[in-house]
Design a protein around this ligand. Structure first.
Ligand code: C2E
Ligand code: SIN
Ligand code: SIN
Ligand code: SIN
Ligand code: FE
Ligand code: FE
Length: 358
């Protein structure tokens, strides 16, 4: 409550009247009542610049002025306030009924009659400033609330990305302890998506969605996943179930990111020629995020050491992509991938398997 009294006493008040004596009279009435911030103007043309600087809480406005009358000033002030509550209190002669009515009609909040009566001046001004102070307080509360909602939303988004990151690591944890494969692979997916002209938003989505591509490996027994050597056909069939396991882990959601993640889980082992798994989709039937993920996943798998194979030299992996462009891989995307090879190799250097994990 005393906050409100302070707010009222320190309210920024503007007096606009072309008669200097009226201005100084009001100034002295207000100063005598303890108001601390009162500005007087006799030239109404200066009101707008001053209001932009000062953001007045109350404007005491004369109507009959040369060059620019009070109606014109009020219209522009109300427009400047743009829906904000800005009290304008009109100064009129007590005989001037039609002016008062017109001013009130245009949006003046109240009026003062000349000659001024001290107590009436102070009561009317105080009443308007109370409303203004309440308005400001409500505005402050709602801004605070909006800020809380924004903070909370950002926190939720941060938590969501963190959980996704952790889940992605879980998928690779057992066969790749540093988790670097999913980081390299997902950054490569983002670069390739940008190079393919899919835009920043898509790039960001695939960056966060693609690390989950192998989350289903959680459900593959060690004897298969960690086998040192080639898989036999039964083991290979079991291994391929990482796709359906991943899908059931992710479930189906309306969320863009989780939906893209599920698409990538489902389609990252499809092949351009239709001989991939699990559905044998062909060409453009395979979602673009799956075609991108296939290239980035295989390139990174080939150039990494696995329990069943050594790391291939980069030129051999590139030759492999070229050779299988149009059979395993989308040929256009292979061209783009080779076009951004220097970026891909930069990602490899920054996130080598022996670099510190997170
Ligand atoms: P991954 O190691 O992340 O490999 C992903 C994909 O990269 C493989 O999908 C395959 O398309 C390609 N790739 C990886 N290494 C090689 C390779 O030495 N030669 C060729 N030509 N392509 C390679 P794929 O085949 O569907 O395998 C899926 C996952 O199954 C692999 O993920 C890996 O975890 C496991 N896996 C596949 N083959 C073997 C294997 O012979 N032994 C073991 N222990 N695991 C295997
Ligand atoms: C004040 O609240 O500061 C003065 C108001 C009044 O005198 O009516
Ligand atoms: C009047 O000016 O006499 C009446 C104005 C009003 O009703 O507020
Ligand atoms: C005053 O109340 O101080 C001034 C009165 C008036 O000018 O009407
Ligand atoms: Fe996979
Ligand atoms: Fe992978």
């Amino acid at each position: 409550m005393s906050d409100q009294l302070d707010a009222i006493r320190n309210a920024r008040i503007l007096i606009v009247d072309d008669t200097p004596m009226n201005v100084s009279l009001l100034e002295s009435i207000l100063a005598g009542a303890g108001y601390t911030s009162v500005t007087g103007l006799t030239n109404p043309e200066l009101v707008f610049d001053l209001h932009r600087q000062m953001d007045f809480d109350l404007v005491l406005l004369d109507i009959q002025m040369p060059r620019l009358d009070g109606f014109a000033v009020m219209k522009q002030l109300i427009e400047m306030a743009g829906g904000d509550y800005l009290p304008v209190l009109v100064l009129t002669a007590s005989t001037d009924r039609s002016t008062r009515l017109r001013a009130l009609e245009l949006g003046a909040k109240d009026y003062l009659t000349k000659p001024f009566e001290r107590l009436e001046v102070l009561h009317r001004i105080r009443n308007l400033l109370v409303v203004r102070a309440q308005y400001r307080e409500r505005q402050r509360q709602s801004e605070q609330l909006e800020q809380m909602v924004r903070d909370r939303t950002r926190e939720l988004e941060r938590t969501r990305l963190e959980i996704i990151h952790r889940l992605s690591r879980a998928g690779e944890y057992r066969d790749n302890e540093t988790g670097m494969h999913v980081i390299r692979m997902s950054k490569g997916c983002q670069r390739l998506a940008l190079a393919a002209g899919l835009g920043e938003a898509f790039g960001e989505l695939i960056l966060y969605a693609s690390p989950m591509h192998d989350v289903g490996k959680i459900g593959i027994p060690d004897r298969v996943l960690l086998k040192e050597g080639l898989l036999d056909p039964d083991e290979r069939a079991l291994m391929q179930r990482h796709v359906e396991i991943g899908l059931s882990i992710l479930g189906s959601h309306a969320d863009d990111l989780l939906r893209m993640a599920a698409n990538i889980v489902e389609s990252h082992h499809e092949r351009w020629d239709g001989h991939g798994y699990p559905q044998g989709l062909k060409g453009l039937e395979i979602p673009i995020e799956g075609r991108i993920a296939a290239i980035c996943d295989v390139f990174d798998a080939l150039t990494s050491r696995r329990s069943y194979k050594p790391a291939w030299p980069v030129p051999d992996a590139i030759a492999y992509l070229r050779k299988h462009a149009g059979s395993h891989f989308d040929p256009e995307l292979v061209d783009r991938f080779i076009g951004i090879l220097s970026d891909i190799l930069e990602i490899r250097r920054e996130h080598a398997d022996d670099s510190p994990g997170e």
